[in-house]
Design a protein around this ligand. Sequence first.
Ligand code: HEM
Length: 566
Amino acid sequence: MLTIPGAEPFSVPFAIIVSALCCSLTICMWFSLPAVYAHIPGPKPSSLLGYLIDIHNSSNLDLHLKIPNAYGHIARLRGGLFMRDALYVTDPLALRTIIIKEQDNFCESNEFVGLFGIIHHGDGVASVTGDEHRKQRRLMNPVFTASNVSKLTPAFYQIARELSAKIKEEIESSSTNRTIDLTDLLTRAALQFIGNCAIGKNFDSLDRSNHEFDVFREALANVLPLSSRLFLFLPFLNSWRKIRPVWIRRALATGLDYLPWSAPRRFRDTVSAMHPVFSSILEQHKAELDGTAQQAEIKDGLGNDLVNLLVKANELADANDRMAESTILANISSIVHGAQETSSGVLSRLISVMAQNRDLQRQLREELDSAKGLSVDGELGFKELDALPLLDAVIRETLRLYTPVTFVWRQTMQDTILPLAIPIFDPQTSEEHHEILVTKGTPVYLGLAAANISSTFWGPDANLFKPERWLKTNKVWTSTTVDNVKFPGIYSNTMSFLGGGRACPGMKFSILEMKVVLSVLLPSYSFDPAPGLEVYWRLGITLSPFVKGREEEGSQVPVRVTCLDS
Ligand code: HEM
């Protein structure tokens, strides 16, 4: 999802023209559209532009989290651009209808389809819908299974050990009494996991002298923040992609050089910087498949990764089911983008959670220690790691309470009735509505984080970090909701990885990553909060940590680290 990080650096006249246009359209639409959802409570917008600015604002995480308890599990978001109301959905029955039963009626938003189509240079899973999406996922899903991911466990350990060694170096060279910011190392580790294990490219990202990595990482890190500056233009990106002949589009793209506004130009250049890296990865996979790969490429990580399996599965698929080369390329990019920010964010979160809970660190260390007998060369296998109840419960609770992807954004393709688990109460007529008609064109926000912490479903302690809610006599519970309410998510009865046809394919990959990282770091280090620094989390494609008063320094997760095995 996109956020609006404050003032935008484009020229004032341009801003005035765009704002005036939007305001006049907004006012016209205000009077012409019926308020279909007038009976549904929801937050008041903070400006004439309606919910759009509020819901995507990077400082507004709290607005999302409080919606179900304050307004109900279907809330009305009033009048965005062109004054169409949107709905904010956290009701489990309605969510099930949207992401499973009627998923073709609730497609990925036109804005994201256009944006991701441009970022990925083509139509991968993130920018297609309906049958084409199902076709691509039929090839992708068998590649991301537990069985395939489990084979990557040794490679995961190797990266986690490298990370651990780098942390040690950092502590030894730290001049700030062991208080270090781990963001950079965790971001590098996340790309190393994805590179080596998902797409077959060794970025050597934990090596700080590797400048090839720096260029790629900068592009990866900047592309979404830059696109959020183009926020008002997102509705038009999908049409832009379809402009034919292609030379017109190229000429228009070149014309961006003459705009008095740098954001579109920088966005274009950032996308162009990433594309050759993905193309070369695909070329290497093709070479590996036809036996012409260089030995150096194979040593470089190629061959044991998930994209390698995808390329092979594609080769064996029926002609009708096969993806075009450009689609595989777009999917390599989709996998890297789907994984990078979520993984580095969630690793940062785990370290923060550890720093807040000294006792929990001790218990986890004891659990890992008691499983030592099952390890080979100091490493627990995939199954043994998965069978540690406290480690599992900590990860479930972290992903529930601190849901990395706060919301996803859909558009309604057909009028659809949503049945509701929690009826809407209309204060004007005192009627209860057990279902709601969602009309074609309505933007629908699925509040993944808010659903995961609604006290209606998770109980009065929903807002507290309690891994023990998942534990019962050393077994992990998979549903702890009040009255056993079932959410349609694929993980732990939560919405964290979504559910239905567009659920996250990387779920098992990232759970293994988190478990391996904790199992390697906890026996070697203890973590404490950095004294005097207040860390809070901002909305973005995933949540990112910032230090209050030091926002201009960028995302940080400063913690005090003590070496246990020195
Ligand atoms: C904690 C880590 C992660 C979280 C919380 C997460 C969550 C999500 C969510 C909520 C979606 C749905 C987005 C939407 O429909 O708009 C998604 C999609 C996706 N994720 Fe993840 N993800 C994580 C890690 C990963 C990893 C490690 C990979 C790859 C190795 C990955 C690859 C993808 C891809 C390719 C999609 C697009 C799927 C589609 O549209 O069909 N994710 N993820």
